[in-house]
Design a protein around this ligand. Structure first.
Ligand code: HEC
Length: 182
């Protein structure tokens, strides 16, 4: 009897340890995915945006458009939920939900705040959440700079655009990665 109890305890502990390992592995993936997205966008903007070039939808496809595609790929392979969330958003799908406002305001107030981990409940499901800040760089200003300098395709395609008038170093948005808890 005692032996059986011992086996049970051993099994439960090892299952819990396994669950913890799986969560740690997912957290590492979440952090890596966010880092990849920030670096990818920054590198693409630096490589494709040249001074005085005409910015078209084709240019966008090579920068924020390409990033959007990569996000979908990572979600499909790593089982993570990834969103861009911005106070000043261009795509209304990236607008914050009321519960997400406070963190964004904190990131905006403290642009040196790099990232944040916490846990949230959405639609009765529990998630571990990772948020990583995205800052504006000089190369982003071709499309996120002065309101009147925005490329024509952006003015036409995003009538409710709020993602302009940024300066280099400003907080732009977070990448939010959700890991479902078992
Ligand atoms: C060629 C134009 C262009 C450049 C350059 C560009 N963006 Fe964007 N960006 C866009 C467009 C257009 C969207 C809206 C995409 C969509 O419909 O989801 C966007 C969306 C975003 C979003 C998603 C949140 C939102 O507002 O909808 C973030 C974050 C972002 N850009 C950050 C950056 C950063 C940081 C840089 C520089 C490293 C940058 N962008 C450079 C055109 C650009």
């Amino acid at each position: 009897m005692r032996f059986l109890l011992f086996i049970c305890i051993l099994l439960t502990t090892s299952m819990a340890a396994h669950g913890q390992d799986a969560m740690e592995a997912k957290k590492t993936k979440a952090q890596a995915a966010a880092a990849e997205i920030v670096t990818m966008r920054s590198d693409l903007a630096k490589n494709f945006i040249k001074p005085d070039m005409e910015i078209t939808e084709e240019t966008f496809n090579k920068v924020c458009g390409a990033v959007g595609k990569r996000v979908k790929e990572i979600m499909a392979t790593d089982g993570l939920t990834i969103r861009h969330v911005a106070l000043k958003y261009r795509n209304p799908a990236n607008a914050p939900k009321p519960a997400e406002m406070e963190d964004l305001q904190t990131f905006e107030k403290y642009p040196t705040l790099h990232d944040k981990w916490d846990e949230v409940e959405i639609d009765k499901k529990k998630y571990v959440r990772y948020q990583r800040s995205i800052l504006v760089e000089k190369a982003c200003l071709a499309c996120h700079g002065a309101k009147n300098n925005r490329p024509q395709f952006i003015v036409g395609k995003y009538p409710d655009d709020k993602a302009y008038d940024f300066k280099a170093g400003d907080f732009r948005a977070v990448i939010m990665v959700l890991i479902k808890k078992e």
